[in-house]
Ligand binder design. Structure first.
Ligand code: ADP
Ligand code: MG
Length: 402
């Protein structure tokens, strides 16, 4: 052995220093290995073709429809007006946003769509069929076309609805909600933009079941795209177990909006939403809402310095006692005491004068959805150019054919 040269490269370092250097070298090697592995990783496979998925392979292709105009981009889909090339029938076509569904269409959604197709009610928008593009992430709901949505309509009407018309609208909404609740379906996303209205004064609940199909909307969506304004207090306070009463709260908010022509609780974020509710209706007390303090967010969100009494009567001082009573029963903080759709339909509000207007007596309005009128920008829709982000497949197909 040659003693003139250092025996090892560690000859002049202490054992501690040597350990540290070795540790660092090991960490670097591990990091390099991770990087190498990432580089070697196979590219993301393309979305499978629809033939790979027998349940929807049998659906007809979207090319049987011709697009007429873009209607609206909502949180879960892009809606267009389209015509069936064979029958000439005008329909609404909603391309589901399945960006996050890397492997195509989730089977749970498919089951619920079939359930939805079986729900037949004059005041629930009719789902006619499901059509598909070439890949599993191109799925379209074909619905009956309805000229207006209540949100756009309320924002553009020159004269407000008459009391008799509001009564007719409420009767129809409640009839549809009672039909759903009777079948244990909770809509969970009732709001004016999900209420469609025909030119003949007929309301249809839309976006029906989608909230459930796509999971809990509170978790699935950001505050940028979803409005809190119709959310029941028990959900805001974090209740994990809830029932059909959440829809009745939303119906109460819609009722108030029809009367006021502006949203009742336009909160900016959850805390603001809760404090707006408590400011108008009074803070919950153990007598009015036993058990509310046990809700997860009660300690943080429920602490707002709200009055103990409701000022709903003052806010709606120009309405009849029956109207106010109905509203109060819908906007009851305690979900267990909130009125059900069935009881609401029997409320004296519907039998006192003026009686509900006949749908035929409703005036007709220019339809934004038919392209007769410019649609006002809505704060709750995502800000991006829907037509660019979601080029409808049947459009480029048509171009390719020509
Ligand atoms: N059947 C239909 N006829 C006409 N317009 C519709 C129809 N369905 C939806 N729309 C319009 O498209 C908008 C978004 O549709 P919606 O089903 O609520 O989608 P999202 O789940 O994305 O909110 C509605 O607010 C309405 O303006
Ligand atoms: Mg919607």
């Amino acid at each position: 052995m040659n003693h003139n040269v250092p025996r090892t490269k560690w000859a002049h370092v202490t054992l501690d220093e040597r350990d540290a250097v070795e540790r660092e070298a090991r960490a670097k090697a591990a990091a390099r290995a991770v990087l190498e592995k990432q580089k070697r990783k196979a590219p993301v496979p393309p979305v499978p073709p629809r033939e790979a998925y027998p349940p929807i392979a049998g659906c007809e292709s979207v090319v049987k429809y011709e697009r007429l105009n873009h209607i609206e981009e909502g949180s879960y889909g892009v809606v267009s007006r389209a015509r069936n090339k064979e029958t000439g029938e005008v329909v609404a076509l909603k391309q589901l946003k399945l960006d996050k569904e890397k492997h195509g269409f989730p089977i749970t959604s498919l089951r619920e769509i079939h359930a939805l197709m079986e729900a037949r009610h004059p005041h629930i928008v009719q789902l006619k069929e499901l059509v598909v593009g070439d890949t599993l992430n191109k799925v379209y709901l074909v619905m009956e076309f309805v000229e207006h949505d209540m949100k756009t309509l309320l924002g553009s009407m020159r004269t407000p609805f008459l009391q008799s018309e509001i009564k007719a609208l409420m009767q129809q909404i409640l009839a549809a909600v009672a039909y759903m609740h009777d079948r244990w379906i909770v809509h969970r996303d009732l709001k004016t933009s999900n209420l469609l209205m025909t030119n003949r004064g007929c309301v249809k609940i839309a976006d029906f079941g989608l909230a459930r199909m796509f999971g809990d909307p509170q978790r699935a969506m950001t505050s940028l795209v979803v409005t809190l304004w119709y959310r029941a207090p028990e959900l805001l306070l974090g209740a994990e177990v809830y029932d059909t009463a959440v829809d009745m709260w939303s119906v109460g908010c819609i009722f108030a909006e029809l009367l006021l022509r502006v949203p009742l609780f336009p909160g900016k974020k959850e805390t603001d939403q809760v404090s707006r509710i408590f400011r108008l209706l009074g803070r919950p007390t153990p007598e009015r809402w036993p058990g509310y303090t046990a809700l997860p967010n009660a300690a943080t969100l429920g602490k707002s310095a709200a009055p103990s009494q409701s000022s709903l009567r003052h806010r709606f001082r120009y309405t009849t006692d029956a109207t106010l009573d109905m509203l109060e029963r819908m906007l009851t903080l305690n979900p267990a005491r909130r009125i059900s759709s069935e009881d609401a339909l029997k409320h004296v509000y519907f039998t006192e004068s003026p009686l509900p207007a006949h749908p035929d007596s409703f005036g007709s309005f220019p339809s934004a959805a038919s392209g007769e009128k410019r649609r006002a920008l809505s704060p709750s829709i995502p800000r991006r150019d829907a037509a660019q982000q979601y080029p409808l497949e049947f459009e480029w197909k048509q171009q390719n054919v020509e």
